[in-house]
Write a protein that binds this ligand. Structure first.
Ligand code: FCB
Length: 784
């Protein structure tokens, strides 16, 4: 690792928000907010009790060398009814806070709206009412009049997309509404409120003012693996639409005084355009001094014609939101520092005049409180990697003036309450005791150095534990692996050291008993079910990715009970650091037996028995839904299903989604069971076609079965697709060679294999991972 220093004057800071830390929701005249009601008393008070403990928190920041502190002002603390009567005691709090910050040499950055709308305003329609934008401007003026002389930088809004769409469309945030129209109207009123608020601040002499957006690059699954890949033509519209909804809906009005052209018809269809009045966009588009960028993770999508709209993205019909094959934070958010570079490059190209600041970036990871601190190496790595990406962007010319880490304290993470840990300072919510984590101390050094050192943050290693316990590395490894031949005293000493250091054993440690092997087992079961293409892709890609990472591959065949025993013995003996398992079709015990060895295992396909083993699967249900919807859209009403062996999990998922889709339209299913090959597909088709129900379409759960059905139809003198439409699943090579060519659902074999290899590498790194479900895609050919 190289040292990476930042430009002189680069601002290092932290961010928080009022509702997430202040508590004291009914003290000193504060009015209720929409989040008090939404939380129902479960969180929000005492939160971090910052209202009372702000002097201590400011001291903490001073000790860390923080140069700027971005906090938010609670609107209902200042104006309990949202407008009219001013609550001076509420203003006193911010007044004191600002003075303390200045005294500590910390620049105060104030955000005026971080989601806690006064309840009284919600009762009058909240953000769906245009009035609220005016009230916001008045509120901005009131706050400025009290602390404006000392605040360095103003942000009107934090993440209006979240407030508008999670609050009003999907309803997972306050005020918890579910109306797509309300979401678009609210978004516009927030933009308007920003413009009017900015005017109020400027009129009073604010020198530096801007707004904070949550921005995410929108990519296809293939681009996530390789950012140099272009966007496939078939996905271009889906990517552009989600980018318009999530990013450009805000960027363009704010920085260009216009809505993205392709967004207007969509807004019009859902909400009308009556709420966008003449002159609004002039107000919204007034120049700002600074754009705050909150970056956490990218968004992955692809086109999927029959996909329903995601509730948080009204207007996203036909777009599939995809999971990302990568390490994730405890929140499940994929970790992609390269997404930050991509985002900054794009902002620099499209809005070169705009100065930027990273106003939030950080991660939720579970922390272990030990006798000598909290060794949150994952959080340090997260920030480190993002800072490296940021440094590169600055080199490339991005005008980024500072970095504000989210967050100073563990705090209330909105609807998730207290369980999320984004802080660099731990808060014990029973005692309110603050404890800086290793990440805080590391960040202090970054600030002091104005950048990153050459040293990578280190996890506590086997060596550290061994030194602490005064034993050898092999002994630690034995204890960690639960071996019997260790005396009780030594075991106790090692376990104490493990606990104190917050040591998480990784694959390397586990295999140290027999030394680290740097080899990985690729365990293959012989597939019963048209899996040859997938199996060969797995062998090819898994091998190349893992070999590229310096691992040797041991290929092992799991075809008999004896071979299963041999494989388990091999892994138990720590001959390998990890296992990629292509499990047998149907229920088996091999997965569980391997998982129990403690060696990281990743699986291809969803396991038959629910398990914690990370796996990569394809969206079987989504594919079957798309296929069935497609037949319905083609006017077919009597749709039969030919269904392969029902002990296969993938087949179960496909069948269930097909049945559910028919059910949505009130249609009755016709099911014919089949085996694996074309002949059994043909037999099942004959059964369906001669059963007196006269199907006009068939969905087969595999291409082999669909091809059999085509033959049966031909024999019976039926024309495909005129008399009988047919859809398969898999998109095997033969599917495009039939006459007519088969409409089917494509399963991304190569992507699945790549994701599997990456998942294992993340596990070997000791990172959190979540199951990956890759999208499937309907390929419309001539049989429908
Ligand atoms: C952002 C919010 C912030 C915090 C982080 C994790 O969307 O602005 O309040 O919840 O996410």
């Amino acid at each position: 690792m190289r040292t990476a220093l930042f430009p002189e004057g680069f601002v290092w800071g932290v961010s928080t928000s009022a509702f997430q830390i202040e508590g004291a929701t009914d003290r000193d005249g504060r009015g209720p907010s929409i989040w008090d009601a939404f939380a129902g008393g479960a969180y929000g008070d005492p939160a971090c009790d910052h209202y009372a403990r702000h002097p201590e928190d400011v001291r903490l920041m001073q000790d860390l060398g923080i140069a700027a502190y971005r906090f938010s002002v609670s609107w209902p603390r200042v104006l309990p009814e949202g407008h009219g009567r001013v609550n001076d005691r509420g203003l006193d709090f911010y007044d004191k806070l600002v003075d303390e910050l200045l005294e500590a040499g910390i620049a105060p950055y104030a955000t005026l709206y971080h989601w806690d709308l006064p309840r009284a305003l919600q009762d009058g329609g909240g953000w769906t009412s245009r009035e609220v934008a005016r009230h916001f401007a008045d509120y901005a003026g009131v706050v400025y009049d009290r602390i404006g002389d000392r605040v360095d930088t103003w942000f009107t809004f934090n993440e209006p997309w979240v407030a508008a769409f999670l609050g009003h469309a999907s309803g997972v945030h306050a005020p918890g509404l579910r109306s797509a129209a309300d979401a678009f109207v609210s978004a516009h009123h927030m933009l308007l409120a920003h413009g009017l608020g900015l005017e109020a601040l400027r009129a009073r002499g604010a020198a530096k003012a801007g707004v904070v957006l949550n921005l995410s690059p929108v990519l296809t699954p293939a681009q996530l693996g390789d950012m140099t890949t272009g966007i496939p033509e078939e996905d271009a519209e889906a990517v552009a639409r989600i980018d318009a909804l999530h990013n450009r809906q805000f960027l363009e009005p704010l920085l260009r005084g216009r809505y993205p052209a392709e967004l207007l018809p969509l807004i019009e269809k859902i909400a009308g355009l009556g709420h966008i009045r003449d002159g609004d966009l002039d107000v919204i588009g007034r120049p700002i001094d600074l754009l705050g960028v909150n970056y956490y993770t990218p968004i992955a999508v692809q086109a999927q014609p029959s996909a329903p709209a995601d509730p948080a993205f009204p207007g996203s019909e036909g777009v599939l939101f995809c999971s990302v094959p990568s390490a994730v934070t405890a929140m499940g958010w994929p970790i992609m520092p390269s997404g930050l570079s991509l985002l900054l490059r794009r902002l620099s190209e499209e809005y070169p005049e705009t100065e930027l600041m990273i106003t939030e970036n950080g991660a939720d990871f579970e922390d272990v409180v030990t006798g000598d601190g909290i060794h949150d190496v994952d959080r340090i790595s997260f920030v480190e990697e993002h800072l490296r990406a940021l440094r590169t962007s600055i080199d490339e010319g991005a005008r980024v003036r500072g970095y504000l880490l989210w967050s100073l304290l563990d705090c209330v993470e909105w609807a998730d309450g207290y369980r999320r840990k984004f802080g660099i300072v731990h808060v014990d919510f029973t005692t309110q005791r603050r404890l800086p984590k290793d990440s805080a101390l590391w960040y202090r050094d970054v600030i002091k150095r104005n950048g990153l050192g050459a040293e990578r943050p280190k996890r506590p290693t086997l060596e550290t534990v061994a030194a602490r316990a005064g034993v050898s590395r092999a002994t630690v490894s034995r204890v960690v692996n639960g071996e019997a031949r260790v005396s009780p005293d030594v075991r106790a000493a090692v376990l104490r050291a493990v606990q104190e250091l917050g040591y998480v054993p990784n694959a390397a440690a586990r295999s140290l008993v027999t030394q680290r092997t740097d080899s990985v087992a690729l365990v293959l079961s012989v597939p019963r079910h048209g899996g040859e293409a997938l199996t060969s892709a797995v062998v090819q890609y898994v091998t190349s990715v893992l070999e590229g990472a310096g691992k040797q591959i041991t290929l092992m065949l799991a075809d008999t009970a004896e071979s299963h025993r041999r494989i388990v013995r091999h892994v138990e003996a720590r001959q390998v650091d990890g296992v990629v398992l292509v499990p047998p079709d149907g229920p088996d015990t091999l997965t569980e037996r391997l998982a129990r060895t403690g060696v990281p295992v990743v699986l291809l396909g969803k396991p038959a028995i629910a398990s914690l083993v990370p796996h990569v699967d394809v969206d079987n249900a989504g594919g079957a839904r798309a296929a069935t919807r497609h037949l319905l859209d083609r006017g077919r009403r009597r749709i039969g299903v030919i269904c392969g062996p029902t002990d296969l999990v993938a087949v179960q998922d496909r069948l269930a989604a097909h049945l559910a889709t028919l059910h949505e339209d009130g249609l009755r299913p016709m099911i014919a069971l089949a085996g694996l090959d074309g002949a059994s597909g043909a037999a099942a088709a004959r059964e369906l076609l001669s059963g007196g129900q006269d199907p006009d379409a068939v969905f087969a759960t595999s291409d082999e079965l669909a091809i059999g059905a085509m033959e049966a139809a031909r024999e019976m003198g039926l024309r495909v697709p005129d008399d009988l439409a047919i859809v398969g699943f898999g998109d095997i090579h033969a599917a495009s060679c039939t006459t007519p060519a088969l409409t089917t659902v494509r399963v991304p074999a190569a992507d699945q294999a790549l994701a599997l290899a990456r998942l294992l590498l993340s596990r070997l790194d000791g990172r959190h991972t979540s199951p990956v479900v890759l999208p499937t895609r309907l390929v419309v050919r001539a049989t429908t």
